[in-house]
Design a binder for this molecule. Sequence first.
Ligand code: AMP
Ligand code: MG
Length: 486
Amino acid sequence: MTKLPEEKGWNLDNSYARLPESFFSLINPNPVEDPKLVVLNSKLAATLGLNAEELQSKEGINVLAGNDVPEDSIPIAQAYAGHQFGNFTMLGDGRALLIGEQMTPDGERVDIQLKGSGPTPFSRGGDGRAALGPMLREYIISEAMYALGIPTSRSLSVVTTGEPVYRETELPGAILTRTAASHLRFGTFQYSAGVGKVDDLSTLADYAIERHYPHVKNDENRYFSFLKEVMRSQASLVAKWQHIGFIHGVMNTDNMTISGETIDYGPCAFMDTYDPKTVFSSIDVQGRYAYGNQPYITGWNLARFSEALLPLLHKDEEEAVKLAQAVMADFSKRYKRIWLDGMRKKLGLLNEEKEDESLVEKLLSVMQKNKADYTNTFRALSFDQPVDELSCSAEFSEWYGQWQSRLNRQEGSNESSRKVMQQTNPAVIPRNHKVEEALEAAGEGDFSVLERLLDALSKPYTKKPEKEYTTPPEPSNRSYRTFCGT
Ligand code: AMP
Ligand code: MG
């Protein structure tokens, strides 16, 4: 493997590789036969300080495919553990590697990770590879989330490898390059706690504090403050998912970040008709990760994270448990408050009234009964247009009257309410049938459908959305399933 000089804009540091060696495995990428660039995020490249033109050259593509690494790269696979559907397992990057942390022109430290880059010591019998469809899917949905204003990892590029991967059928292999504030997961702490070296656990926690919550580092009990910060970030994140109708699909503790960004887009999808029981993932038979369960699961995951932190919270275990419990008790209150604040915005409520929660709940219940489209209902209300599925509902008319009186009771003008709503309720989300359409065309070598979709998704709050991106799927197309075998 050749190491590339730095004129391409790479400016890598490797702070993670300076952690104790049990946290990672040094590994070289596994070269692929015939890498071809399929999609590149030039805007993201620019914010990273990378030269988008150079990335499209043969040398640039070789980096994105893992055939070469930039000069200062120390490629590693990260070790972690996780509760997968409730069961604890030792995991690690089985098909990803971190080539380093790009120090951006704005002074940010951003992980650069290749996903689908070949086997690692953590592959557990897997091939370490990824197929084109799922990597493009992660690209599309993560970039849509970014445009919607939700904390998320981002996607820099997808390259095809020129090699097949074998799932149920033979599929084209691909590598996604993604960026994230870090890939520190709840599971990284569970791994460390499981290995049992308390010194390493505190080194990891100090590292995470320095990277994500440096303002708590001088607190009297900085690990307690750290736990509170992570709880707050996650409460805010899951509330945002609920507001927008996003279903992560695989909220295992290894897929939850310390930074509070959304990562690991597998069987995720956006809800069309409102129903809290909505599940898309084919393997989530019991609906553990259904839309309506996401806040509870976040709480459960935080409890597992706090267990891993116990040895750092207090030297007396009982005291440590009490501290952790106090933070967990705060989570539900905090989540509820953030959720309700966001729902108020969705309805243009500019102040607080006691009855707001029941007003919101009543609307949701009418939507559920009438199978109303989640996104389009709020969007229609934002423009004072009729809601298709609710126009004949007496219950809805009654609710509408209550809502109007509530709006009239507040001080702000109707216009300012509407403005807030229009900026909060998106018109364009990555609807499952549109994502599938783009992936299907890409599988046949036509990337124009993908490009148009990405363009539409980059402007979710536009006043003039194209109808094809706002129309819900036909009823026959609604029993959408997503698959984990990616
Ligand atoms: P995920 O469900 O995508 O979060 O993955 C769970 C674990 O399985 C992670 O440790 C992944 O690295 C690993 N994994 C997923 N797919 C593969 C694969 N094709 N080869 C090796 N490891 C994999
Ligand atoms: Mg994962």
